[in-house]
Design a protein around this ligand. Structure first.
Ligand code: C5P
Length: 296
């Protein structure tokens, strides 16, 4: 079997409503996921044992890495995966702790890559179940594109792709901890929002591109923790962004622009005012993780 490559895209949340606290400690959310073409690259080839090496970011390559957790979960649940090995190499580009779902996308990439490499023949719904055990954002990346996420964020309803847009990402030199941001969500949770009107609102938003509805309930918490995030959002709005918003629980703030905008030169203009930040120019994409042959 030849080596395979998983192109693992990042995501932004075009909207995120927190509709309630659950007894399991998680929050019930309604979110609109959008994949973007900033990718981590995972390569894998069959080997006698399972191993992982990571390049491009200070991410541990031990069992705490979601890639190895995903591989271990496959070995636990899929009889055909038992005793199989793979040499995995992960090239990180997506910032860690940035609310862009990088680790989650890597986990989804691992499930899809090893499913193919090891000939497991698990179908999408079996993979989605395993993905949800690995993390709230993982199932989205199996299909990607534009999708509504409900429950913990793990119930995914794919939506028609939005017209392609240019995206400017600003990642500050610090990450934010997702549990910490959720814990600090002191605002009363709006039970009235938990009914079906919320998903309907988001579907309308996705189909009609009514970006005025784009809000993130975690934004006020994150901006309270780090005011420079709000400053960056203001800068994006002044640059003409259709939407400028915190992604997920942060710390990345993104701007969405019409496809014809030159966000690369916008990034160059903004860099001086935000020392230490990483600014990325990328685009929305209609795909999720893609498995391709690894060519040398
Ligand atoms: O599922 P994941 O491991 O990504 O979640 C990390 C943490 O984020 C959870 O332990 C929880 O504190 C918080 N979270 C939440 N509600 C969600 C998703 C995540 O409270 N829907």
């Amino acid at each position: 079997m030849t080596a395979l490559r998983a192109l693992c895209p990042a995501k932004v949340n075009l909207g995120l409503h927190v509709v309630g606290r659950r007894v399991d400690g998680y929050h019930e959310i309604v979110t609109l996921f959008q994949a973007i073409d900033l990718c981590d690259v995972l390569e894998g080839e069959a080997a006698g044992a399972l191993s992982l090496s990571v390049r491009g970011a200070a991410v541990p390559a031990d069992e705490s890495n979601l890639v190895l957790k995903a591989a271990a979960l496959l070995q636990e649940r899929a009889a055909r995966a038992r005793g199989r090995g793979a040499r995995l190499t992960l090239e990180k580009t997506i910032p860690v702790g940035g609310g862009l779902g990088g680790g989650s996308s890597d986990a989804a990439g691992t499930l899809l890559l090893l499913n193919q490499l090891w000939g497991l023949q698990l179908d999408v719904s079996a993979l989605a179940q395993l993905a949800a055990e690995l993390g709230s954002d993982v199932p989205f990346f199996l299909t990607g594109g534009t999708a509504l996420g409900t429950g913990r964020g793990t119930t995914i309803a794919p939506l028609p792709p939005i017209p392609e847009r240019a995206v400017l990402l600003g990642s500050p030199p610090f990450g934010l901890s997702t549990p910490e941001v959720y814990r600090a969500l002191a605002a009363p949770l709006t039970a009235a929002m938990a009914d079906v009107t919320v998903p309907r609102l988001f579907v309308k938003f996705a189909e009609g591109n009514d970006f005025a509805l784009a809000t993130n309930d975690l934004e006020a918490v994150a901006f309270g923790l780090r005011s420079e995030l709000a400053t960056f959002k203001d800068a994006l709005q002044r640059s003409g962004a259709e939407v400028a918003l915190l992604s997920g629980s942060g710390s990345t703030v993104f701007g969405l622009f019409g496809a014809g905008n030159d966000v690369t030169s916008m990034a160059t203009d903004l860099r001086g005012a935000f020392p230490g930040w990483t600014l990325w120019a990328c685009r929305t994409t209609a795909s999720g993780v893609r498995i391709v042959p690894a060519v040398e």
